[in-house]
Design a protein around this ligand. Structure first.
Ligand code: ZN
Length: 114
């Protein structure tokens, strides 16, 4: 498995249109709902020039909580880059961008390659 360290990690100012193959894994701070947002899809919805930080600041939980929506903020956000091979997806890289102990917008501290 080749080491992908030559790839720069995404930074807060990275336009989401430049992040093909990356997905946001989000955990809600209120209801702990886990959701996955493919950035290719978000770029189609919001535009390719939207920066990662702008998208992150808009994130609100979509889960239902009692009568209305939860609208909680993310407790944990992880960027995961996947490679699709036919019907299977393989995780290539993972970067934690928001953590209660590592609040945005400090640079990611946890970065690992597979
Ligand atoms: Zn929630």
């Amino acid at each position: 498995m080749p080491e992908l360290s030559f790839n720069a990690d995404p930074v807060p100012a990275t336009p989401i249109g430049d992040m093909k193959g990356w997905r946001l894994h989000i955990q809600c701070e209120r209801c702990r709902r886990h959701s996955v947002l493919p950035l290719d899809y978000m770029a189609k919805q919001h535009g390719t020039r939207v920066r990662l930080i702008d998208l992150m600041l808009r994130l609100r939980c979509d889960g239902f909580r009692g009568a209305g929506k939860c609208r909680g903020r993310p407790r944990l956000v992880t960027l995961v880059k996947v490679a699709i091979y036919g019907k299977s997806a393989r995780k290539l890289r993972q970067v934690t961008v928001v953590d209660t102990s590592n609040p945005w917008p400090r640079p990611p501290l946890a970065s690992r390659s597979w």
